[in-house]
Structures are given as C-alpha cells and as structure tokens.
Design a protein around this ligand. Structure first.
Ligand SMILES: [Zn+2]
Length: 224
C-alpha cells in the first residue's frame, strides 16, 4: 500500500461537464498516480481537482472516439505533457474527425493529438498499486472500451450503459445487437454491488441495471 493511499484502493472522482451532461473521471491511487478518463468540456475543472489533490497524471484515456469524450485531449495533454494518451485504435477515424463531428452538434473543438498507445494493445493500466483493465465493449461505437478496476469494485462504462438506459446506436458504426451483448457481458460478469460510472449522468450499479434497465436488464423487453 502506498504511503499516500491509506485506503489502499483506486478512487474515482466524477466531474459533471458541459451541456451534454458528460462525466469526466479522475481515477487515482491515493494522492499518487492518476488517469483522466474522457476529457471533454471544461477540462479546467478536472485540472483544478488534479492540482488540489496533488495527483501525478500518468494517463489520458478515452473510452471511445465520440467528440464529447475526446475534445479535451489536446488541452489535457498541454496541461499534463508527460501523461500518455491512450484510446481505441478502432475508433481512431472518429477521433481524427472530432472537430467536424463537434461542429455538426454546434460545438467548437480542438483536434486530438495522436495516441501514444492503443487500448487494444496496452494490457493492464497501472496506477500506483492498482490498475484499470480495458474491456472491449463495442456497439455504441466500433471500438468502445470499458475500464474496470482490477479489484472489480467499479467499472467506467463510457456510453455502453447509463442509469436506466444505454448509449445510442444510431450513429455511424453503432449496432444495438452488439451493444446488447457487450452490456450483458458486463452485467453478468461482475458482482451486484459493482459501481458503474457512465459517460453521461449519474453512477449506478450492476444490481440496479440488471433489475430495471429496460434495454439490457434481466427483464429487458427491448432485445435485439
Ligand atoms: Zn458516445
């Protein structure tokens, strides 16, 4: 257990950012090493948290390539130049077009720097004595990943599962049957108390979504 981490586990700090109810997460091992997940609007909010907590940002991670999960990559990399930017190779085309995609929704965005590595290749992402494990969960986008705490206490689920809903599958490369299978692997593969932190809206749990999610819950009526 690190000296700066009496709890001995990874912690998750959510930031509510921008007009689309995005969540950017700061995941850290105590006050030591951390990762910024899905930098979006208002990256300065997250940067303020990083400096107040005294965290060394080792990674900037994108669960998928949509503009509202990647538009803060450039600013985050400027603020934390030693951090490695890691995103899905399969979503790289989406990331290369993020400025255009943002403008279609009426937002100005900066292009992303290129990845330092891809989630497909990286293996476990160590933070202090903890780690995030990338899990390939396509459907909302072709290259979507979830990031699971190695201890199984929480999963950053991006736009796979929301509290009571799921990510849209009508954007290019989206597919509901694929999303359904990805979501069921997460919901059946982790204990009920596992916390789920989505890319939009409030946190939930495996148990809550299995019980009542109308799209991917155990009694879902909208199945592929
Ligand atoms: Zn998305």
């Amino acid at each position: 257990m690190g000296e700066g981490n009496p709890a001995g586990r990874l912690t998750v700090v959510p930031y509510v950012v921008g007009p689309l109810d995005n969540r950017t997460y700061l995941v850290a091992w105590g006050r030591e090493e951390g990762a910024i997940v899905d930098p979006s609007f208002e990256i300065e909010q997250v940067a303020e948290g990083v400096s107040r907590l005294g965290i060394e940002v080792r990674y900037i991670l994108n669960t998928h390539g949509h503009f509202d999960h990647t538009m803060g990559n450039a600013a985050a990399k400027r603020l934390f130049p030693d951090a490695r930017l890691i995103y899905p190779r399969e979503d790289e085309e989406l990331i290369k077009r993020l400025v255009e995609a943002a403008s279609l929704f009426g937002f100005a965005a900066e292009p992303s720097p290129p990845a330092d590595a891809y989630l497909e290749d990286i293996g476990d992402i160590s933070l202090g004595e903890g780690a995030l494990l990338p899990i390939f969960t396509p459907g909302h986008s072709p290259g979507h990943f979830c990031l699971a705490d190695r201890e199984g206490r929480f999963i950053l689920v991006g736009d796979l599962i929301f509290a009571g809903s799921v990510g849209r599958t009508d954007l290019p490369g989206g597919d509901f049957a694929t999303l359904y299978r990805s979501a069921r692997r997460i919901l059946e593969g982790y204990p009920p108390e596992t916390a789920l932190y989505p890319g939009h809206g409030p946190a939930t749990t495996v148990e809550a979504e299995r019980r009542s999610n109308p799209f991917v819950g155990d009694r879902a009526t909208i199945t592929p």
